[in-house]
Design a protein around this ligand. Structure first.
Ligand code: M6R
Length: 345
């Protein structure tokens, strides 16, 4: 039975993002002082700063880590909560930034409890003020995404990013970037407008792809990974994300005539390697699609600070995952075998 896209929560929630990001940035900046203090003290005591999350929230942690390091020079590590819990060495005085929209994910709660036992300091970033995570953490930043009904995270993902980037710009010399960060809602609004028609067109041409490969690096490896998760859960398409330079070390063998390869490409020098790779893949017959600020991009996003681009760059991928699902007659709000909150460990 054909699905009416306008009746689905996922599309409505994608379109709410300019407002939810605006609200999250202003609310986080108002309460960031104590978080800033904890992170700066941890770094000056030469203790570790970890960002942990599961699924989409782990990808938000990767983008958050890149921004914190780039703006403040404070080293930090991003982990999945379950790997952190079982394989990392935790020491008294380390700080754990726990990223979780629900604040009830089982792997996350056990990881945070374990970190607390080892004497780590805990900061949580969550969309649920009354969650267990918020209750047990020493400090909580609550994102302003509002209720998210669709199982695939869209507006809660960008709200988690907005909170993490607000923390990142508040550290070290980052403060000069606050005006740039505050442009995010407008850039997202423009990106939604620019991309919707183009993305619907791409989705119609892709029809029912058997796989999609995604390339990105640094902050936008997180975008590639999050995009691949959206394709898997919302559109039931197998998709895989790679750090673009790593693609040459084996995965490139997978590319056939017409294989869809989506890359996040920015005019920042660091993305030149991705651009060269995409040119090469095009000559071998791949169906190359680029998202970024370059003149020849398939979907062109307005220029923006490199470390803040994960917010606008995920938008076309969310919309593409949505329309691929609708085209296949799948309800993207309720993917099979998944629940909104994964309490099982
Ligand atoms: O509530 P959390 O942010 O802790 O959830 C973590 C994951 O279960 C969640 O991100 C999951 O991957 C979503 N279905 C992604 O859309």
């Amino acid at each position: 039975m054909p699905i009416n896209p306008n009746k689905l929560n996922m599309l409505r929630e994608i379109k709410e993002q300019p407002q939810t990001i605006r609200d999250t940035i202003s609310s986080t900046l108002r309460q960031v002082e104590s978080v800033k203090q904890i992170i700066e003290e941890t770094a000056s005591n030469r203790r570790a700063v970890f960002l942990i999350g599961c699924g989409t929230s782990y990808y938000a942690s990767i983008a958050g880590k890149c921004a914190i390091q780039a703006f403040s020079g404070i080293p930090c590590v991003a982990y999945t909560a379950s790997e952190f819990r079982d394989f990392e060495i935790m020491n008294k005085g380390d700080t754990v930034i726990a990223v979780s929209q629900s604040g009830e994910t089982g792997d996350m709660l056990t990881a945070v409890k374990q970190a607390m036992k080892h004497g780590c300091r805990t900061i949580s970033i969550t969309n649920e003020a009354k969650s267990t995570l918020a209750e047990i953490s020493q400090k909580t930043i609550v994102t302003k995404a509002g209720k998210e009904s669709a199982v695939p995270m869209t507006k809660t993902y960008t709200a988690l990013l907005a909170a993490l980037f607000s923390i990142a710009v508040s550290l070290g010399d980052g403060e000069q970037l606050i005006p740039e960060l505050e442009k995010t809602p407008k850039i997202v609004e423009d990106t939604i407008k620019i991309s919707e028609t183009q993305v619907r067109d791409i989705s119609a041409k892709l029809s029912d792809p058997s796989e999609i490969l995604l390339l990105g690096r640094g902050p936008n490896y997180a975008t590639a990974a999050e995009g691949s998760l959206k394709f898997k859960e919302a559109s039931l398409v197998h998709a895989e994300a790679f750090h673009s330079p790593e693609f040459r070390h084996g995965p490139k063998a997978l590319v056939k005539q017409g294989t869809p390869v989506i890359a996040l490409t920015n005019s920042n020098k660091l993305d030149e390697t991705t651009i060269r790779l995409m040119e090469e893949l095009k000559t071998t017959g791949a169906n190359t699609i680029s998202i970024g600020d370059l003149a020849g991009s398939t979907i062109r996003i307005p220029p923006f600070n490199y470390y803040l681009t994960p917010i606008p760059y995920i938008i076309p991928l969310q919309i593409l995952a949505f329309y691929l699902a609708v085209q296949k007659g799948i309800d993207p709000d309720n993917p099979k075998n998944l629940v909104k909150v994964t309490t099982a460990t």
